[in-house]
Ligand binder design. Sequence first.
Ligand code: NOJ
Length: 550
Amino acid sequence: MIEDLWYKNTVIYSLDVETFMDANGDGIGDFEGLMRRLDYLDSIGVDTIWLAPFYPSPNRDNGYDISDYFGVDSRHGSNGDFVEFIRQANERGIKVIIDLVVNHTSDRHLWFQEARADESAPHRGWYIWSKKRPPAWNKGMVFPGVQNATWTRDPQAKSYYYHRFYKFQPDLNMDNPAVRTEVRRVMGYWLQLGVAGFRVDAVPFVIETPHAGKKSVQHFEYLEEFRKFLQWRCGDAILLGEANVMPNENKKYFGPEGDGIHMMFNFYVNQHLFYALASEDIEPLADALSATRALPPTAQWAQFLRNHDELDLGRLTKTQRDKVFEKFGPEPRMQLYERGIRRRLAPMLGNRPQLELAYSLLFALPGTPVLRYGDEIGMGDDLSLKERDAVRTPMPWSNDPQAGFTTCARPIRPVLHKGPFGYEAVNVAAQRRDPDSFLNWMAGMIRLRKECPEIGWGEWTRVKTGAPGVLGLRYDWRGNGLVVLHNFCAQPKEVRVQLKEERGAILTNLRANDESRAGEDGQHRIALEAYGYRWYRVGRLDHLLGRRKA
Ligand code: NOJ
């Protein structure tokens, strides 16, 4: 049954246990705190939580440097707390997916410790070594400006090891079957503890291991292997891949028969969406949507605005990228890794109408929406923190000291304090009580998205609006139609929409008590405010007239 594909119409909320809610007062978020906030997430309509890495880790890359795949960092609680959390989430109909970070381990992981100490150690072949410095030792860095090499010499191993990311994250050798067996063991372990799937970190690097002196090969069959195992252990579990690749590569990741990963973040649409927000030119966004249209039936896009990393603009042309920088990240301190912006969305856009436009569009895009914690209240950032930490500050729950996140005077990262985005101004408690708050608007949009399953299941077409800068999309599924309009411009626009229904149709506004009927010429004339948006259900006029006669 197609309806069994739960991930096509879920709302994913990404959070980091570390910065979400601290229950034991040590300044670090924990599973106990997260459990206390499940009713909140349930109340706004979230039904999938994606947890950032919570495993034991030296925590030099926000937990993406794992030193034990089978544990919970004791700062966040125990494995028992984790199971309790899964149980509590499931009780509320909330599924949990977790990060699967198997491109690399921490250099503190016992496997690496053993591997570097002894050339004949069983784990030596789990990593990628070269006696001599490979010619490409300073090529392919993911964090330019912060990371200087991809091959670093380990004095203990008397060899160079490969690391796509920071030097404390040695890459695993995925071409070694023993490593892939271990990845399955990791997946099996957490599936047994009740997770609904995995967000797979750095997929393009997982499938391609650069051995020194050899041409590297992409092994998409590894994804199929992981998928087969996952589905055998748990039929409806999913893999959600982080793969910022060009559209012509997508098919290989989803698998020609849909037997690769189930979902991928749509980085391509994300970047063109930001260009559209910056320039009011929607054509590149419409092209990006078309370029990422074709999917196997079980595959799905994960659409997002911001995540826990920088806003990566690397797939735009230089002119497009410069436009986004100029508009949303003009100062050098706002930019990162020569390609991105390290800001949260609310300060970037700086005005409520455009913020609403952006999130309304997110919910209306073909795919499954992924929200980032704090998005629902328009949370800000802290540019005084290093690299991506700027967008990873504690969740502001109230205007109590430390934003109600902790009772500790020294939280893991400083809470946003003072100014328009300080916790005194932007917090959950205040917004819950204000009917016009962004939080209540967001909860309404999540409800609306769930009432429009045709976005998840249906086919989309572009609707001509006759107004440059206004994007029209239509979804059809099982005789239901939905039309969504988004005005990217800072000026009001009048749009003209002609629908395929004979004799026109009634468009019922799903967010207001209002409807539109076509004029004599069969066209709907709709006035949109600056950054205005509309969600309409398509009703057939002949049906309606028939009903009235009867
Ligand atoms: C991608 C993650 O999103 C990012 O936060 C991390 O630094 C790298 N992978 C390395 O694990």
